[in-house]
Write a protein that binds this ligand. Sequence first.
Ligand code: 0WD
Ligand code: CA
Length: 378
Amino acid sequence: NSRQHQYRPGSPPGQTQLSSRTLSTRRELYERDFPLYKQPVEIGCFSLDSERRFFNDSRQLRYYVEPDRNPNFDLRDGYKERFKKRDDGVKEKLDHILRWIVANKSKLNSRTASACALDADFVTWRGHLTKLLTTPYETKEGWLLAVTRFRGTLYMSEVETETSRRERENRTDRHEEMMYWGYKFEQYTCADTVHSVPDPGGVVNTNEAFCTVVQTRLADHKLLFSGEVDCRDKDPNAPAPPGCYVELKTSAEICTPKQRSNFHRFKLLKWWAQSFLPGVPRVVAGFRDHEGVVVSMETFQISKISHLIKNEYNCWKPTVCMNFCCDFLSFVKRVVTEDSKSVVYLFSWEPRRDVTYSVYRDSQYSFLPDWFVEEMSS
Ligand code: 0WD
Ligand code: CA
C-alpha cells in the first residue's frame, strides 16, 4: 500500500512526507482530527484613510444596514465617475501591521526577559493564512510566501507570483468593472456611523480600510494577524469584536444545480476560510445578475457552512484546511532557523506540486523595514 496509509492520526507529519525539504499538499495526509484553534481575540485595530494613511484607531469602521430581501442594487452605478481605485502595483507587504505593532509595543511584548520579544510565533495578514487553508483544494493559483525570523518571531509576507502579476497587468475592462461591484455593494449596505444610512451617491474609494488585529493559537503556533473587516452589527448589544463583525460578498446568482454545487465546492470554501480565521461569525451575500444588479440576499453563518456542504460530492473539509495550515507552520518553524532581519526563506507552491523553499540573503525579497527593526531593538 502507498505511503498515505502509513499515516497515524496525531503523529508528526514528517513520517509520511517524502523529504524534509518539501511539504506535500495532498488532501489525504491531512484528514485527521480538527486541530486546536483557540477563539480569536481582538487585541487592536487600525484604519487606512482615503489616501491610505495609517491610524491606530477604528475611524474607518462602518455599520451594517440590512437591505430588502430583493434590493435591486445597481452595482455598475458610479463606475468610473465615482471610483477611486487603490494602486495595486504598490506592494505594502506587512507595513501596516508593523506600524500597528510599533504603536502598541508597550502592551505587546513581555513574554520573556528580553523585553522586545513579541508574544507571537507568526505575524502575517489573514489573507495569507486563507491561502494556506485553501491550498489542498486549489487547482489554479500557486503562491509565494516570504518568511523572516526576527527576534524569535516569524514574519510571513506574500510575494506576487509572475502569473499573478501578468494577470493583474492584463485585466480586461469587464474584469476591472466586476472588481468594483464588490466595493459598490459595501457602499449600498454600510453606513459611516451608528445612526446614519448608506450613501450610494458617494465616491467608492478602495484606499479606505478598517482592519482588526487578532491573536489566537493553532495547535502550538501562536498567531498574530490582521484582516480587513467590512462592517459591524450596529446593535450596541451585539457581541464584542470579532463577534459583531460582518463580511460582505457578492456572487453570481445561482440558477442551476451545477451552479449551486460549484458555489458550495469553491466559493463557500474561500468564504469559510477567510471569516473562520478571525472569528467573524457571518457573511452577508448579495447575488447579482450578469448586468450587476443584486437580485437577492442571503446570510451565511460561518459555523453552519460545514453542514451546508456535507451532501456535496468530493467536497472540501475544514479539518484538511486547518491541518495543512498547521503542518505548514510547523514546516516553516523547522526550516526558518536563522534569526536575521535580512534573510528571507521563500516558500513556493504551484498546484499539483509539493511546497518547496529557497533562501535569500540581503535580496529584493527582504521586507522588514529599517524603522521597524530599529523600534523593536530599542
Ligand atoms: O499587497 C498585497 N499583496 C496585499 C495587501 C495582499 C493582501 C492584503 N493586503 C493588504 C491591504 O493592505 C488590505 O487593506 O491587506 C489588507 C486586507 O488584508 P486581508 O484581510 O488579510 O486580505 P483578504 O482577506 O485577502 O481580503 C479582505 C478584503 C477583500 O475583501 P473580499 O471580500 O474581496 O475578500 O481586503 C480587500 C478586499 O476588499 N483586499 C485588498 N485591499 C487592498 N489591497 C487587497 C489588496 N491587495 N486584497 C484584498
Ligand atoms: Ca468583503
